[in-house]
Design a binder for this molecule. Structure first.
Ligand code: ADP
Ligand code: ADP
Length: 209
C-alpha cells in the first residue's frame, strides 16, 4: 500500500497516519517531522528555519530529496504513507517520476476535509510529547500529567492562519491533479478520531481489499 495524506494544518493527518501505519504495517513518512528533526539536529539551514517559523513552504527540491532518500530504505519497500508530501504540483510530479523509475505507483490519495474554524482550534491547542512523539490536544485529547509537552513554534494563531492560507493556495492545483489521475478520495475529517479512522479505513479497503 502506497498512499498520501493531504490536508490543511491541524486536519488530523498525523493522528490518522499513526493508526493506519500500525494497521497496514508500513512506515509513516512526514516531511514536517523530518524537517523538525533536521532543525533539532542543527542540520537545517537558517533560511529554511525562518520559512517554517513563518508558516511558508520550504523549496520543492529540499522535500523531494528527503522523500527520495527515505523511500529507498528497506522498511519502505513494501509500501508507505506520505504525510504532508506532496504539497505542490511540482512535488506531485516529482513523486510520480520517482515511483515510475522504480516501477511503482500510488494506490490512493486521501484528502482530509476540515473547515477553517476547527483547524485553528486543532492546531493551536496541539501539543506533542517530546519523548514519545504522541500527539495530544488540550481539549480533545488531554495529555497525561507526566508527559513532557512541546508546543510547536508554528502552532500559534497568526502563523496557523498563514499556513492555512498557504495550503489553500497550493491545493488549488494539487487536488485536481490527483482527481484527474483517479487517485483522490476526499474524507470528512470532522467528528471524533475513531469515526474519522473508520472512514479512512473503509476508503483504503476499497482500493486494496
Ligand atoms: P495534522 O498532522 O494534519 O497537522 P494532527 O494529527 O497533528 O494534524 O492533529 C492536530 C490536532 O488536532 C492534534 O492536537 C490532535 O490531537 C487533534 N485532533 C486530530 N484529529 C482530531 C479529531 N478527529 N477530533 C478532535 N481533535 C483531533
Ligand atoms: P501540518 O502537519 O501542521 O500540516 P507539517 O508538520 O506537515 O504541518 O509541516 C510543517 C512545516 O514544514 C510546513 O509549514 C512547511 O514549512 C514545512 N513542510 C513540510 N512538508 C512540506 C512540503 N511537502 N513542502 C514544503 N514545505 C513543507
Amino acid at each position: 500500500m502506497r498512499l498520501v495524506f493531504v490536508g490543511p494544518p491541524g486536519a488530523g493527518k498525523g493522528t490518522q497516519a499513526k493508526v493506519i501505519t500500525e494497521k497496514w504495517k508500513i512506515p509513516q513518512i512526514s516531511t514536517g517531522d523530518m524537517l523538525r528533526e533536521a532543525k533539532a539536529n542543527g542540520t537545517l539551514p537558517q533560511d529554511l528555519i525562518e520559512k517554517m517559523k513563518a508558516g511558508g513552504l520550504v523549496p520543492d527540491e529540499v522535500v523531494i530529496d528527503l522523500i527520495r532518500a527515505r523511500t529507498e530504505k528497506d522498511d519502505a519497500k513494501g509500501g508507505f504513507l506520505l504525510d504532508g508530501f506532496p504539497r505542490t504540483v511540482p512535488q506531485a510530479e516529482a513523486l510520480t517520476k520517482l515511483l515510475d523509475s522504480r516501477g511503482q505507483k500510488l494506490d490512493i490519495v486521501v484528502a482530509l476535509d476540515v473547515p477553517k474554524e476547527l483547524l485553528m482550534e486543532r492546531a493551536c491547542l496541539r501539543r506533542t510529547d517530546k519523548r514519545t512523539g504522541q500527539i495530544y490536544h488540550l481539549k480533545y485529547k488531554p495529555p497525561p500529567p507526566d508527559a513532557i509537552l512541546e508546543h510547536r513554534a508554528d502552532d500559534h494563531e497568526d502563523v496557523v492562519r498563514n499556513r492555512v492560507d498557504v495550503y489553500e493556495k497550493m491545493t488549488a492545483d494539487l487536488l485536481p491533479f490527483y482527481e484527474k489521475a483517479g487517485l483522490l478520495k476526499r474524507i470528512d475529517g470532522v467528528g471524533d478520531v475513531e469515526a474519522v479512522t473508520q472512514r479512512v479505513v473503509r476508503a483504503l479497503e476499497q482500493v486494496r481489499g
